[in-house]
Design a protein. Structure first.
Length: 254
């Protein structure tokens, strides 16, 4: 199967995270040119760029802040070396609540200043970033967008109302954007991971919890970051000829 992403410029936001890093690697393995979007982990981003071929012009680390989506594209455009011509956009950057809701604190008692940034920054910057890259995709007659969601948007989770609201918004956004861009060769999809065995999950979640969650899947195991990355690679490749406006769940059949 020909994925046809060689030499395509791919922007992965949140590329220093457990899933984002594997997405960047998956595209690099198919000879794409990969922009590694990071917020604060500059050293990790630089190391990943070096791993993926920065010295040969195949990868570049770029700072990306959810609150400043324009800045990244402006800096790439100013460089004038073709990196601003984004063919594939993968949004993996995420804003979580600074603190978990304490036991006994009710939903209605969470201060607005605690939850509003979670809703706003997990949705609005993605919409804006899509606005910035879609015009170039239209001109070239080809583009792919993958929005990373969460099983929380589908299953729900106690204490995750605000995060779930934002991620659910991505589903409706993708569905409608697909109608606007499809005739111009731009396909837009959501990839929705279930609980995934990132380094953080392996560190934070006790083995007993991971085993319990594995038993609730049809496949009998939790996804690895590479499982999610491969799904993103497919929907953002030339092999995907007509899948758009869909939500692809990567959760072992749960």
């Amino acid at each position: 199967m020909e994925l046809a992403v060689a030499d395509r410029v791919v922007l992965v936001t949140g590329a220093t995270g457990g899933i984002g890093r594997e997405i960047a690697r998956a595209f690099a393995a198919e000879d794409a040119r990969v922009l590694i979007g990071y917020h604060s982990k500059e050293r990790e981003a630089a190391e990943l760029a070096e791993e993926l071929g920065a010295a040969k012009g195949r990868a570049r680390a770029v700072r990306y802040a959810l609150t400043e989506p324009e800045r990244t594209l402006d800096e790439l455009a100013a460089a004038g070396d073709g990196w601003a011509d984004i063919d594939v956009l993968v949004t993996s950057a995420v804003r979580m609540m600074a603190t978990r809701r304490a036991p006994g604190v009710r939903f209605e008692d969470v201060p607005v200043e605690d939850w509003e940034p979670v809703v706003q920054q997990n949705l609005a910057p993605t919409v804006r970033l899509a606005q910035l890259v879609v015009p170039g995709m239209r001109r070239r007659g080809w583009g792919r967008i993958a929005l990373l969601s969460s099983h929380v948007a589908v299953d729900g989770h106690r204490g995750q109302e605000f995060y779930g609201a934002a991620k659910s918004g991505l589903h409706g956004f993708a569905r409608s954007l697909a109608w606007d861009t499809g005739a111009d060769g731009i396909l837009v999809n959501v990839v929705c991971p279930g609980l995934t065995l990132t380094e953080r999950a392996l560190t934070v979640l006790p083995a007993a919890v991971r085993e319990q969650e594995s038993a609730r899947t049809a496949s009998g195991r939790l996804s690895a970051p590479a499982d999610v990355a491969n799904a993103v690679l497919f929907v953002c490749s030339g092999a995907n000829g007509n899948i758009t406006g869909e939500v692809l769940t990567v959760a072992g059949g749960r």
